[in-house]
Design a protein around this ligand. Sequence first.
Ligand SMILES: [Zn+2]
Ligand SMILES: [Zn+2]
Length: 196
Amino acid sequence: MESIDELLLKAEAAHGHLCAGQILGVRMALLGLDRLGISDPHGADRKRLVTYVEIDRCATDAVGMVTGCRLGKRTLKFRDWGKMAATFVDLTTGRGLRVVALEDSRELARQLYPHIENPGEQQMLAYRELPDSQLFREQWVSVTVDAAELPGSKGQRLRCSLCGEGVNFGRFVEVEGQRLCLSCARPDLRYWTLES
Ligand SMILES: [Zn+2]
Ligand SMILES: [Zn+2]
């Protein structure tokens, strides 16, 4: 595994800036990989790992960078729960380590560096040096990744009976004998409305 300094340089380049979230994300991912015994996530171990992230903030970019898990590879799963937490799952065993950043860490950073005014600066310094046990809670969990969620899963590709758009990975529902994409089946959940 690369050193934390090397990883932070890469995280900064990929994310656009260095921030407390990058440091937390890099450390969460390093902890998860270490506990799972995964040392080469971009090479030999790249098919072993799926990562679930529970927040869409800075740390998420760093987690993806360190683990090599990406949305486009179907190895990064997003649960929009607003929690600074991630679960690193070893597909060969179905075991995962869920890592949650502790709420107290900001206060710890303030106590460690009271002479620094900017909370972001306090946190960047503290999050580099505090031990994992003071920054994170760890839980071993078992995770069943549904076959339709796995990398490489294809399933049937079909066209929605209403909009005609192609749909992958079995993401359709049958309504009165018609196969509809999820957007046509539940227009109330669409994130868009068509301009007239
Ligand atoms: Zn950031
Ligand atoms: Zn449709």
